[in-house]
Design a protein around this ligand. Structure first.
Ligand code: ADP
Ligand code: MG
Length: 478
């Protein structure tokens, strides 16, 4: 099937093509037509199967560009995921000039408040901060037509349920609600009935769910031998990019220090860190700055990083769902990957529960022999010393043809987006499709120019007026 068959706007199709998506994934093929009908849906589909675009594409298609107030609200369990989803939405809505905004805690409220004064089509956020903005009147939800819960089972879990319910009570009741996750228990399904009208349930085959592109292995290791074991394991596996999950932030801190001392390129993420540091670590890991990310389950849900080759469960996860989500950070979009779990001799019961949950027995891994370690040591040492290849993010690749221009006039000069579009689209060789996101502030305006037309527009605008006013223009520095 081709995306064209889904009857999408040319601008959305163009953006999808630029992202390099040639055909919809199964979940997209099944969800998009239903979502475009504004039906409530409950979607269960495995990790890495493309659920984000399954809601981002219809949202970008459905929102009315003219409306200034937010029309869609996407809730996610972590701040990192909120930012990632907002970026995905911006990439898909790029040519329709869809404005997405991420709202999350541990970050200045005032800055978000200011951003919310701008035209915003789609808000993506974590429940606490979203509720805060609604209650303080800085997020107007009167025009919200779509509510999406990504990682829905986590959103409806004890930790979030109260906040999520408070948010839902404040939203217009005449809306479309869509729930997405790789794991949805019957309990969650029946609970979600409370928030939906005649919902359609879409589940992608269980048979495919355990697709063989991820290899699962387990080992029994005493806790005080885990570090030595991990060392042997990493020498033999020699991963390019690996996430190691621990149960608590203290365990993460200890492990990253220990690995650091042994010369690993390792960094960490957990809930006890400053938000700026968390974002920075994730950005660095995404770019491939270091090979080993040591994490709590804060990084287990939804995070999409290309080519993570290995997931190690240094500690057995406390929840069965968590095994699926942690593991799902590898083997994304049809790639292959490996999941390796270390369980202490006392944790047999938990391992059995996980196996019952995923529906198969995890094979025990092969013995890590001293000979094997000795044989693979030099290749491992070599990789330790070389700088990993730096990857460009999707947004960076898309942005290479985009120039952001600064104009020294905005709302106070009564300038509106249409004034800029009207003027710029009249330039010879430029059309409205070459204009990206426009941000109008009190005294300045930023306009993204796409398709490499930036220099032409810059040159022309130096001697062209907008609504009769000659503005200063130069390339924006942020
Ligand atoms: P999920 O939410 O189901 O875990 P994501 O939405 O994060 O999965 O998507 C996983 C990866 O697949 C992402 O890197 C995304 O860019 C890629 N992807 C999504 N849709 C397509 C498609 N139609 N063709 C190719 N790659 C896709
Ligand atoms: Mg997802």
């Amino acid at each position: 099937m081709h995306f064209k068959e889904l009857k999408l706007n040319e601008k959305i199709l163009g953006a999808i093509e630029q992202l390099g998506y040639t055909e919809p994934t199964e979940v997209q093929e099944r969800v998009i037509p239903v979502a475009l009908q504004k039906q409530d849906i409950l979607v269960k589909s495995k990790t890495g199967s493309g659920k984000t675009a399954a809601f981002a594409i219809p949202l970008c298609e459905l929102v009315d560009w003219e409306e200034n107030k937010p029309q869609a609200l996407v809730l996610t369990p972590t701040r990192e995921l909120a930012v990632q989803v907002q970026e995905d939405i911006t990439n898909i809505g790029r040519f329709k000039r869809i404005k997405g905004l991420a709202l999350y805690g541990k970050s200045p409220f005032a800055k978000q408040k200011l951003a919310l004064k701008q035209k915003t089509h789609i808000v993506v956020g974590t429940p606490g901060r979203v509720l805060d903005h609604i209650e303080k009147g800085t997020l107007d939800v009167s025009k919200i037509e779509y509510l999406i819960m990504d990682e829905a089972d986590e959103m409806l879990n004890m930790g979030f349920l109260e906040q999520v319910e408070s948010i839902i009570k404040l939203l217009p009741s005449n809306r479309t609600t869509m729930l997405f996750s790789a794991t949805l228990s019957d309990e969650i399904k029946s609970l979600s009935g409370k928030y939906m009208k005649k919902s359609v349930s879409i589940e992608i085959d269980a048979a495919e769910e355990n697709a063989p592109n991820i290899e699962h292995l387990k080992y029994v290791v005493k806790d005080d031998q885990k570090l030595a074991f991990l060392e042997k394991l990493t020498i033999i596996e020699n991963p390019d990019s690996c996430i190691i999950f621990c149960r608590t932030k203290e365990r993460v801190d200890q492990l990253v220090d220990a690995l650091d001392g042994k010369g690993y390129t390792a960094d960490k993420i957990h809930g006890g860190m400053m938000q700026e540091d968390r974002f920075e670590v994730m950005d660095d890991f995404r770019r491939g700055d270091f090979r080993y990310l040591i994490a709590t389950d804060v990084a287990a849900r939804g995070i999409d990083i290309e080519d993570i080759t290995h997931v190690v469960h240094y500690d057995v996860p406390l929840e069965q769902e968590s095994y699926v989500h942690r593991t799902g950070r590898t083997g994304r979009a049809g790639r292959s990957g490996k999941s390796i779990m270390l369980a202490t001799p006392h944790e047999d019961k938990f391992v059995k529960e996980i196996e019952a949950f995923i529906g198969f027995e995890i094979p025990s891994g092969p013995e890590l022999s001293a000979e094997e370690v000795a044989k693979k040591r030099s290749a491992f040492d070599l990789k330790m010393q070389e700088q990993p290849e730096i990857k460009k993010s999707k947004s960076e690749q898309l942005n290479k043809d985009i120039t952001k221009l600064y104009f020294n006039g905005g709302k106070k000069k009564k300038l509106r987006a249409v004034d800029f579009v009207g003027t710029i689209a009249k330039i010879n060789g430029v059309t409205a499709d070459d204009i990206g996101i426009i941000t109008i502030q009190d005294n300045v305006t930023y306009v993204e120019i796409l398709n490499g037309k930036g220099p032409l527009v810059l040159k022309t605008m130096r001697s062209t007026t907008v609504k009769g006013k000659q503005l200063k223009v130069h390339i924006a520095h942020k």
